[in-house]
Design a protein around this ligand. Sequence first.
Ligand code: IMP
Length: 423
Amino acid sequence: MKNIQKNLKIVVGSQWGDEGKGKWVDVLSNDCDIVARFQGGNNAGHTIYINSEKHVLHQLPSGVFKNKISVLGAGVVINPVALFEEMEKIKNKVSLTAQNLWLSSRAHVISPWHIFQDGQRESSTAQPIGTTKRGIGPTYADKASRVGIRMGSYVDDHCRMGWIENLKQESPKFKEFYEQHKDEMARFHEVAAYLKKFVTDSERQILENIKSGKNVLAEGAQGTLLDINFGTYPYVTSNSTISSGALASLGLPPSCVGDVIGIGKAYVTRVGEGPFPTELFDDVGKGIAQKGHEFGATTGRPRRCGWLDLVALKYAVDINGITNLIINKFDVLNELDTIKFATAYEHPTLGKIDYFPTEIKTLAECKPVYESTPGWKKEIRGLRSYDIPSELLKYVEIIESYCQSKVCLIGTGPGPDDYLDLN
Ligand code: IMP
């Protein structure tokens, strides 16, 4: 495929998720024809404000309100019942048809059994991951073990029942589960007929559209540091969250990639367990959590908050090939006298390092080396580009210079128009 157009934009999270990708996918989808989620499942929670009304999407791509073609690609795991409920919730706002919603026939299905296993594993182990308990890990595990069920088979009654019968024969525990969760399983079966019309070879259709010059946005969930290979393993999600994962998950060639947009926050948050070098345990951290409403959109869990970690952000820029950074939530730092950021780590045996370690044991032993810059001490919501405080611009320049990547937009508040274009 010579001369393929570079009309695929990939949006990835550049921290531990919750960077505010939903808002930007919604904004960026204005210029796109297709918005495709490429990984994860309903563990994600993308918050979008439409006409001041708050919407939290867990599975549907954030471009759904723009009447674009919405896709859940091959690398996504789909909870059919939760998806049906999400579609019902927005049906008065968006009319979803087989023409504008494509569910990949290859996407794996999250069943009540997977959700049950996730919960069991988390509550019975001495070292929980802090998962969202949405069945994500067990579904991807079954996919890799080649015993899962894909959407194409799920919506085929014969295949779906065959999968259930196999499980019953092979696992007495599943048989027992099935007997005890009859209502949930009945719902799981029931929804299949409704979703059938949306299931398609979405990968072939996306590629055809790319070839014909249509613009496609690949929407990631979670973030780079939760990537199964490059994140803080084992405290990660169960699939690839980075830009190259988008290609593998949507079956697209590297030659069609135009921009890779990395979303971050002006500070860092993390939910669940695992090392977090710049985590704050003081009043500053508490203030950030409060002002930034840092509670999980999916589970409601409080998020751990900390200063911006430039070592980790540069790592994300490098492995994703980020061409443009969008940094959210500068407004949360409005009142601070001084803003700190980590530019290196100090390790007891390795000394001062400026790279993200491969092992969590090493990362957990690292102490952040901080530098600081003055805060802007001013409300920035509603400001015009020419009014941006010089202290804020300096902070942006520090990020750009360390990461060697342009910060093109900054978030100044939760609304769809609360941002400043720095181009
Ligand atoms: P899982 O994806 O539910 O298996 O959870 C694995 C890890 O990823 C846990 O630390 C979760 O808190 C984290 N995680 C999963 N989805 C999100 C998300 O959308 N935002 C932030 N963290 C997430």
